[in-house]
Structure formats: structure tokens, C-alpha cells
Ligand binder design. Sequence first.
Ligand SMILES: Nc1ncnc2c1ncn2[C@@H]1O[C@H](COP(=O)(O)OP(=O)(O)OP(=O)(O)O)[C@@H](O)[C@H]1O
Ligand SMILES: [Mg+2]
Length: 311
Amino acid sequence: MNNKFVIETQNLTKKYSKFVAVDDLNLQILEGEVFGFLGPNGAGKTTTILMLMGFCEPTSGLVRVNGNDPAREPIKVKKVVGYMPEKIGFYDDLTARENLEYTGRLNGLDSKTLGDRIDKLLEEVGLKDKSGQVVGKFSHGMKQRLGIADVMIKQPGVAIFDEPTSGIDPEGTDQVLNLIQDMAKQKVTVLISSHQLHQVQRICTRVGIFSKGKMVAAGSVDKLGRDAFRKGKFNIILPVAQLTDNVRDDVMKIPGVVALETIANNTVVTADDDISKQLEDVVLRSTGLRVQMKVEEFQLEEVYMKYFKES
Ligand SMILES: Nc1ncnc2c1ncn2[C@@H]1O[C@H](COP(=O)(O)OP(=O)(O)OP(=O)(O)O)[C@@H](O)[C@H]1O
Ligand SMILES: [Mg+2]
């Protein structure tokens, strides 16, 4: 095991009698990463998360969170990890504030620190006006928002969210994603399981695609796209059928360009970044022409669908 990984598993396996829910999983997550778990229902995402939290014992293999074994050292792990489960449970007869106070006290926070944090967090998750309302009367989305605040109250080094935005309205989703991104900026390592691919693409530094208990692909969205389609994340389409060899050479020298091909009457340049500005300069320098170009960015959806069409 290597200490630089905040979350690490080796050959992690979970069986429910003969059924293999998590199959020989090797996962390595660095400090400050936002790692996304993707995959269809039943793929093993939640089971993996439960093993990381020490809520479910692995059948075999190793797990380390911050260097600790969650099954043997659950208190050490729970001290640094904030966890938002798929189904969040609050005390229905307590108010939003009282629920957060309860979590804060469990984590040893004094009243002053706790009071300040609760005010700030309730404001950030958009529940300031509802702080005195009992949670039993909250809508699903309001509970999700409170769940985010509940994770953040202890200022965790690692935050694990199992489908944090399911059931939240678009504006709320946006706020939640921003909050998660802010956590990552403060070096919090984030693991998030989600079915909402565009959201995952927006905030995750890397993703792992799960299928039938196995992680069938992992990497940045760019890398997955390259592996799946043998091309970069961006397609820049020039309405020019033929470029001279010199221009082609210059285009291929632009950092980030991975391929250039002629399709119909267009030249399609694929690249890891949006290099349209540099491309425009190269074409202008070599031909004196300023050409209109179209930029297409591939979406995580395409990569995801490709993995499941073929499996
Ligand atoms: N306690 C259990 N006993 C038996 N089988 C279980 C148990 N918990 C989970 N499973 C099975 O393990 C598999 C993985 O479930 P898991 O909840 O990890 O999936 P998931 O990827 O989180 O799916 P979802 O996207 O629906 O949340 C499923 O087939 C599920 O039926
Ligand atoms: Mg799940």
C-alpha cells in the first residue's frame, strides 16, 4: 500500500453468498481529486463505498482510507471522512439546525465553532430560512441539501457522496456541485457516485466506470474518450478539404493535437484541448485566410454508452 493515496483498494471483493457485488477492485485516489463512480444500477458503487466506510466487511482484498483499514479502525476513518449515503437519515422531529448540532457534537465541536459553522453551511446550501423547521417536513431535495451540510460540518479531509444530486432541482444541483468543487479546492478528496454524467464531467478530475462489480475503465474524461474513440476530447472542423503538407505539419505541432483527417469536404482536427485559436493562427499564417471553424466537444455520455453497448 502506498501512503500517498487517500483512498486505495487492492483486489477488493465483496460476495453476497455466491453473487459477486464487487469483483477484484483496484482503486487509487490522490489527495484533492474529485473521483466519480459511474455505472448502471447494481454495478457495485454503493457496495464499494460501504466498504470504504467500514459499514460492510470485504470478502477479500484490502482497503485503506487515509492509511487506515476501515474494518479494523472505523473510528479513525469516520473522523476524517464525511459521508452522505444514498438514503439520508435525519431525525425527523428535530429541526435542520438541531440535526446539524447533533452531528457536530458527535464530532466533538464546541458550541461556538458549531454555531458559526451551522450558520455558514445553512446559508451555503440554501436552507438558511428553513433552519428552524423540522426535517420530517422537508422535501427530498431539502434533505439532500441538508445532507451536504451534514457532510461538511466536521470539515472532513475526505468526502464521499452517494448520488448527492438525485432529486434536487437544477439550481440546487448547480449549488451542490459548486460546493463540492469548493471542497476540492480546499484539498478535500471527494468521491462521488452519480448517474448524472454531465455533472460528473463538470466536476470530476477522474472517473471510474463500473459494470457488474468491476471497474471497466478509469481515468480523466479526456483519457477515457481517447481510449474509447482513439481521439481527443475536441473536434475542430475546418471547412477545407485539403491542407498542404506544410500546413498539416504545423497543425500537428500545436500542443494537444492528436489527429488530423479529411472527412467529406472538411478537415477534422482532434485535440485534447480547444486549440481553435492556435489553429486559426496557423491557417492564417500559412494561407492568409481566416477560416470559420466549428468546435465539438465530446461528452462523457458518448464514452459511457460505448462501454455499455459493447459489454
Ligand atoms: N445486502 C445485500 N445482499 C445481497 N445482495 C446485495 C446486498 N447489497 C447489494 N447487493 C447486490 O449487489 C449489487 C451491487 O449493488 P450496489 O448497491 O452496490 O449497486 P450500485 O452500483 O450502487 O447501484 P445503484 O446505481 O442502483 O445505486 C446489486 O446486484 C445488489 O442487488
Ligand atoms: Mg448505489
